[in-house]
Design a protein around this ligand. Structure first.
Ligand code: FAD
Length: 361
């Protein structure tokens, strides 16, 4: 079975949380739409409805720019053109793309290559990404790649084989066939750029959500911080694990239950461990990271998910990352909150104390 992401429902949860906190307030302006194979929602407090069209046009111009730079789902993007370019030559890209790739490479170095944007060939080999399996295909049509294909793809992987130059901005690959996939970080980059456009207009109270990742500024409509829900990593339904007050910060979640396929009794998720070339197969089901910007949160969540419950937790503590890790334990879940998470959200009302087993009904 193949499962696409569930942004709409995540957003509904968010709305429920935000509006539950006190009702006597003017409804914020809501601007939303499709983007990057998912959806975006922007809530603005204290903004006149008359400004909707101009703000929407600006948001969608920012998103279109991110898409034409970073998308592997279109052939004309900077990333897709770079992926087709030969090794050894600098390939000119925009400064914004260099920023995203540089941030990803820095986190690759800090996590021993757990986050590795050169996983492109593996993402495709495992039936994810632009030529992803569709709902129409039955399980029979989808099988893990054979060992030879896997070994061939693994030869092309490795963040050390990717170089970045800031001036003039360019990327260079050390091996032919290297391909980058920025799906793990692109949504975060998009949220930061939409947030920058909104704050440049002098808007201080806002909530920007894209693909389930969120950035909140100032206060919600009732004057208190926005409250953002973190889901329990369940496949068939939605349950809130915890809700956190978010102000001038971002929250991103990576989960093995977001996109996957099943073959036989095995589930293969879209999160790939570059050191094995295979989808992650440990018990860590989701990682939520809070950070000052969405790009950082969106990069660390995938890296920690790849590392797994023990190494992920240790790496997050080592680098001072505010993370909530939820692992499967039989038919239950176990949560781990890093010290930085506890410091950032001392009052977060978790529906299950950290480290405690939660029986999933
Ligand atoms: P995360 O958990 O944050 O990242 C997982 C994704 O990153 C995987 O799907 C894989 O692509 C990649 N990845 C896997 N393992 C690793 C690793 N170890 N290191 C680094 N990366 C890894 N989706 C569509 O269906 N249609 C579209 O048209 C489309 N357009 C897009 C355009 C842009 C600019 C971007 C950035 C993404 C687009 N996507 C599209 C993908 C989609 O929006 C999400 O990015 C994708 O679903 C992953 O989101 P996530 O937060 O669940 O993944």
């Amino acid at each position: 079975m193949y499962r696409p992401t569930l942004d709409r429902l995540a957003w509904l949860l968010l709305i429920a949380i935000a509006s539950a906190a006190g009702t006597s307030h003017a409804e914020p302006l809501l601007i939303s739409g499709p983007t990057m194979g998912t959806t975006y929602h922007v809530k603005l407090v204290g903004v006149a409805a008359a400004d909707t069209a101009a703000i929407r046009a600006e948001i969608e111009a920012v998103l279109a720019d991110v898409d034409v730079r970073l998308s592997t789902y279109r052939r004309d993007s900077e990333v897709s053109r770079f992926n087709r370019a030969p090794a050894g030559e600098w390939f000119a890209v925009s400064p914004a793309t260099v920023e995203v790739v540089s941030t990803a490479l820095a986190i690759s170095r800090q996590t021993g290559g757990a986050l590795d944007v050169t996983v492109g060939p593996l993402v495709r080999l495992w039936h994810f990404g632009p030529n992803a399996i569709t709902e129409s295909k039955t399980t029979a049509d989808i099988a893990p790649p054979d060992e030879a294909a896997l070994q061939a793809a693994c030869k092309l992987i490795g963040y050390e084989k990717l170089e970045v130059r800031t001036d003039p901005p360019a990327l260079r690959k050390r091996v032919d066939g290297l391909e980058i996939d920025l799906s793990a970080v692109g949504e975060g980059d998009a949220i930061d750029r939409v947030t920058a456009a909104i704050t440049k207009r002098g808007i201080q109270d806002y909530l920007v959500e894209l693909g389930g990742e969120v950035c909140a500024g100032g206060s919600g409509p009732n004057g208190s911080p926005w409250r953002v829900a973190v889901e329990r990593p369940l496949v068939e339904r939605h349950e809130i694990e915890t809700a956190v007050p978010l102000s001038n910060a971002a929250l991103a979640t990576s989960g093995d239950y977001h996109r996957y396929f099943e073959h036989g009794s095995h589930r293969y998720s879209h999160v790939i461990d570059p050191s094995t070339g295979r989808p992650v197969s440990h018990t860590l089901a989701s990682v939520t990271v809070a950070a000052d910007d969405a790009l950082t949160a969106d990069a660390w969540d995938t890296a920690l998910l790849v590392l797994g419950p023990k190494r992920g937790y240790d790496s997050a503590v080592e680098h001072g990352i505010a993370a909530l890790l939820i692992s499967r334990a039989g038919d239950a879940f176990v949560t781990q909150e890093t010290p930085a998470w506890k410091n950032r959200f001392p009052t977060a009302a978790s529906s299950s104390p950290a480290g405690r087993r939660i029986r999933s009904p």
